[in-house]
Design a protein around this ligand. Structure first.
Ligand code: SF4
Ligand code: SF4
Length: 196
């Protein structure tokens, strides 16, 4: 994936987003970034990212919300922590990446046909619903939303796995689903309170 070369304009900035990013776990020191680029140089995935980690950090703190949240960069990050270890200003770049992923899902602005955010989103929704993940349904839903033609091509294999008992279709659940949902609702309410 080529690194984007974009001219950015003041009018595109979202100051509320810039403020938000300084309040997330890992973002406390984001204003101390000196744009040295060590994070990008140490990142094994940066050649494939649309914005390098250095650039993403800068765009985040300047409030370019749309570009940041729609980027592939945050989804390509494998959380190897190399950038965080190398950063001379002790900025927890990896944790910022996590926060941006969560925000992208919450705002529904992640790349729609890219499997990684869809997987994360479906995983979270399934845990909320059932308390557990049923791999068959998770894979089915991710392919349905990102590569439906490949799903059709895999139907023969899927049928074989099902007939030999290697793939269950019964959703796995836990006993205390209501309690889990109550807990998750409380966490969400707390997050909203903190953000207000
Ligand atoms: S290594 Fe740290 S200081 Fe340097 S550009 Fe990356 S985040 Fe900024
Ligand atoms: S944690 Fe993510 S952004 Fe940082 S070096 Fe690893 S892959 Fe790159």
């Amino acid at each position: 994936m080529a690194v984007k070369s974009l001219i950015k304009y003041e009018v595109e900035r979202d100051p509320a987003f810039a403020l938000w990013v300084t309040g997330v776990i890992g973002g406390e020191r984001i204003r101390n970034c000196i744009q040295c680029g060590l994070c990008s140089a140490s990142c094994p995935l940066s050649p494939y990212m649309d914005f390098t980690p250095r650039r993403l950090i800068h765009m985040s703190r300047e409030g370019f919300r749309k570009d940041v949240l729609e980027s592939f960069t945050i989804w390509l990050c494998t959380s190897c922590y190399s950038c965080t270890v190398e950063c001379p200003r002790r900025i927890r770049v990896t944790d910022v990446m996590y926060a941006l992923k969560r925000r992208a899902i919450e705002d529904g602005v992640y790349p729609r046909r890219f499997p990684i955010p869809v997987l994360a989103s479906e995983f979270g929704a399934m845990i909320r619903r059932n308390g557990r993940v049923t791999e068959t349904w998770l894979v089915f839903r991710v392919f349905l939303k990102t590569a439906i033609l490949r799903l059709l091509g895999m139907s023969k294999l899927g049928t074989k796995l099902f007939l030999t008992g290697r793939m269950g279709i019964k959703p796995e659940t836990i006993r205390g689903r209501k309690q889990l949902q109550t807990m998750l609702d409380a966490v969400e309410a707390h997050k909203k309170e903190m953000a207000a």
